[in-house]
Ligand binder design. Structure first.
Ligand code: ARG
Length: 476
């Protein structure tokens, strides 16, 4: 970049794409403020795919001679190899990745390069490249999310879905509620992630529309064929309205929502791991390679991955908000504001991908403490609902049974007497009912469809595996 003192002389070293209309070169301040090259260079593979498809279409439709189309295509392929080998040289005058590539093509093939942009605007070019980027990256994100699901399912299987499975207290209001299988708890997170995968796949299907050929806003007077270029790029559909094609960023907002919700799920999971690995809970330990220490406190072993999975969600939600606010006041069609779609999108995609990988490794390598979990879940009070339901089976209305057992719990809390012996001595309960209070008994009572005990687990496992296979087949 030219130095500040040169600013009023404008940018040196090349002409802006639109130079014909202007007597002065663009000012330094303008370039610094309006450039997007610093963040859109990662679009290069997709810009080249778009340009190759466009040139191919121009050649087939006769808008360009086949010789010119071939010359430009060859230059584009040279440019691609320059990027691949990290030899591509950017200039100060390159405003964004799209102008940089067109500039280089023209350097390579001379005046013919000036025909690349025939019947095309950066407005349709930019959004074409961005949709291609999304198709690639959303597909990868679904795979990565399925990777975490696989890890949860594997850990669930190791924890056991059967009678001997590891169990822990299930919580409501973060107060111990009823014993549940650890596999069931891990499975719950798997289900939420599977909905994220499905949501991303639906977003992917909706965004699979080529906008190329919409031009600046209204199409072209030249005999172009947008269907042909769309097919060339592998898009499933083609735009029907040129104004909509260049101004629609619904797909960006949708992906950002999908990621914000996925991040919210990771955040909730992270919060539990922070709790589980405290000395107070003691339900799990992290592998050293997935834990962090303190710079001052030698004894510390911290769950920073889990905390950051929680913390990063702030910016994922912020990125969604940023794009919605950019979009909300825009008149049709393209406005430069739309350039602000990229940084939030790239940031969210990057951060959620990192979070998924780190959490996957953390969960895969952690150790559970079944004895600590069982001890917490075997607390007598967690059998209270089963005692009430025993009374229901004897014909007592549930509300009355609830009151009877509530009083039993209160008295046992006040006197320190065991709930089991209090139940055995109670006139409405007795020895048979008291058997419901005991180590490992409660989890086996959770047997209704979809419930947290081993009796219902087989059906859930089947459904879980079916859903994973179904979504993996769509993603493949
Ligand atoms: N870098 C810009 C973007 O990402 C390119 C579009 C510029 N178009 C224009 N008409 N100035 O949106």
């Amino acid at each position: 970049m030219a130095s500040q003192s040169d600013s009023n002389k404008g940018v040196q070293g090349g002409a802006a794409l639109w130079h014909g209309r202007f007597a002065q070169a663009p000012a330094q301040e303008l370039m610094e403020f309006t450039q997007s090259l610093s963040f859109d260079r990662q679009l290069w593979p997709f810009d080249i795919i778009g340009s190759l498809a466009h040139v191919h279409m121009l050649g087939v439709t006769g808008v360009l001679s086949s010789g010119d189309a071939a010359t430009i295509s060859e230059a584009l392929i040279v440019v691609r190899s320059e990027f691949e080998t990290d030899e591509f040289v950017f200039l100060d005058t390159d405003e964004d990745i799209h102008t940089a590539i067109e500039r280089r093509v023209t350097q390579l093939c001379g005046d013919v390069g000036g025909k690349l942009h025939t019947a095309r605007s950066r407005n349709d070019q930019v959004v074409t490249a961005l949709r291609l980027w999304c198709k690639h990256n959303v597909a990868q994100l679904t795979q990565r999310t399925l990777g975490l699901v696989d890890t949860l399912v594997l850990r669930a299987q190791q924890a056991g879905w059967d009678q001997d499975g590891i169990y822990l207290p299930g919580y409501t209001h973060l107060q111990r509620a009823q014993p549940i299988l650890l596999a069931h708890h891990l499975g719950a997170h798997a289900w939420s992630l599977l909905r994220d995968v499905e949501r991303l796949q639906q977003t992917l299907e909706r965004l699979d529309v080529s906008p190329l050929g919409a031009g600046a806003l209204a199409g072209s007077s030249l005999p172009i064929d947008p269907v042909l270029s769309a097919a060339q790029m592998g898009f499933a559909k083609v735009f029907a309205n040129s104004l909509d094609a260049v101004s629609d960023r619904d797909f960006v907002a949708e992906i950002l929502f999908d990621i914000a919700l996925l991040g919210t799920h990771l955040s909730r999971m992270g919060e539990e791991w922070v709790l589980w690995t405290t000395e107070e809970f003691g339900f799990a330990q992290l592998d050293d390679s997935f834990a962090t220490g303190s710079s001052m406190l030698p004894q510390k072993k911290n769950a920073d991955i889990a905390e950051l999975a929680r913390g990063k969600t702030g910016r994922l939600v912020g990125n969604l908000t940023a794009v919605l606010v950019v979009l909300k006041g825009l008149p049709l069609a393209y406005n430069r504001d739309l350039q602000e779609d990229k940084e939030p999108l790239f940031d969210s995609m990057n951060q959620v991908s990192l979070a998924l990988s780190a959490l996957t490794g953390m969960i895969a390598s952690a150790t559970f403490n079944p004895d600590v979990m069982a001890q917490a879940a075997d607390a007598e009070a967690l059998a209270a609902t089963d005692l009430a339901e025993w009374l229901v089976r004897q014909g007592m209305p549930f509300r009355q049974a609830h009151a009877v057992i509530g009083e039993l719990v209160r008295v046992s809390n006040d006197t320190g007497a065991s709930l089991k012996s209090a139940a055995a001595a109670h006139p409405s309960l007795g020895a048979e009912a008291a058997k419901l209070v005991g180590a490992g008994v409660g989890v086996r009572q959770r047997k209704s469809p979809g419930a947290a005990g081993p009796a219902a687990a087989w059906a859930q496992q089947q459904l879980l595996r079916q859903e994973i296979d179904r979504l993996r087949n769509i993603s493949a």
